[in-house]
Design a protein around this ligand. Structure first.
Ligand SMILES: Cc1cc2nc3c(=O)[nH]c(=O)nc-3n(C[C@H](O)[C@H](O)[C@H](O)COP(=O)(O)O)c2cc1C
Length: 287
């Protein structure tokens, strides 16, 4: 399913739902997205389940959907997206990449979602997906129809994370080397592609991604890791989810503007100066 640039730019986290169960057409569409999902850029393939109390076969429902949201940050959600992935060095990037594809497909259908890496019951989610010993359960998301008004908790959470703001361009996007700001003018479609990354969701809205444009269509992704924060939920690397999400936004924004390309990890880019950041991957695509 292709994602419109407008969806990449306008998606926002939704924590207040109207309590309606998912309609069959929406459930089927999401399940088709899981079925078609390709592995992430480093080869990891999450398995993702839609937990929906209304769904046949989940008649007992294990009351899992209600228990997953145990923290009370989310209200009125009747269905949850829960995923697991084999633990490996870049598993969280791959998970972020693939799960964000589902989040964006949902947003394109008018469905609300919210990445939750911390404020959910990991135990209930792990039971619901039958988590294996060597798997990680990096994050979940409610999915459903946004309520007309945000709850107070939702509004407070957005305020706390500064969710409506983003770092300015000059801090995120560089020209040829870290620290040299990339002018937004003269970039053509690429201005929208970079902006699609700037609008990407990230844990506590920390935006740990930096992009260096080395040549037209060639972009290096650097990691501004906050080590303690990234590792607080060990073995999950919460900020590496953010990197995978950003990688998905570039891939989808390029596709939406008629471009092809792919992410790779390139030895020649790994030795380029990146300080104070760390090299993660390179987008090689059409100018
Ligand atoms: C990996 C990840 C983990 C997140 N964890 C939580 C969480 O535990 N609880 C929560 O309410 N929001 C969580 N969020 C949502 C972010 O706070 C939100 O994406 C950010 O503030 C930007 O707001 P926006 O998504 O509306 O653009 C998470 C987002 C990401 C990407």
């Amino acid at each position: 399913m292709s994602i419109a640039l407008d969806t990449l730019l306008s998606r926002r986290s939704v924590r207040s739902f109207d309590g309606r169960p998912l309609e069959a057409a929406d459930r089927d569409a999401l399940e088709a997205v899981f079925a078609e999902a390709r592995p992430g850029p480093f080869g990891g393939r999450p398995r993702i389940r839609l937990l929906d109390a209304a769904q046949a076969g989940l008649a007992d429902a294990d009351r899992a959907p209600a228990r997953i949201g145990a923290y009370g940050v989310v209200s009125g959600a009747r269905a949850w997206l829960v995923g697991a992935i084999a633990n490996a060095p870049d598993a969280c990037s791959d998970f972020g990449y693939v799960f964000e594809g589902i989040v964006l497909s949902a947003a394109g259908r008018g469905l609300g979602t919210c990445w939750l890496g911390g404020t959910f019951s990991r135990g209930a989610a792990a039971r619901a997906v039958g988590l294996a010993e060597r798997e990680l359960l990096p994050a979940v998301s409610p999915v459903g129809y946004p309520a007309d008004r945000r709850t107070l908790v939702d509004a407070a959470f957005r305020l706390g994370a500064g969710s409506d703001g983003r770092k300015p361009w000059r801090e995120l996007f560089f020209d040829g080397q870290p620290g040299r700001p990339l002018p937004a003018s003269g970039l053509g479609d690429w201005a929208g592609i970079f902006e699609a990354v700037r609008r990407a969701p990230s844990a506590s809205n920390r935006q740990p991604w930096r992009l260096v444009r080395d040549a037209p269509g060639r972009v290096r992704l650097l990691f501004a890791e906050n080590r303690a924060y990234n590792r607080a939920l060990d073995p999950v690397r919460v900020q590496e989810l953010d990197l995978g999400i950003a990688m998905r936004h570039i891939a989808e924004a390029c596709a939406a503007t008629g471009r092809t390309g792919a992410w790779s990890r390139l030895p020649e880019d790994a030795i380029k100066p990146a300080a104070p950041f760390a090299y993660h991957a390179t987008w090689l695509g059409d100018a």
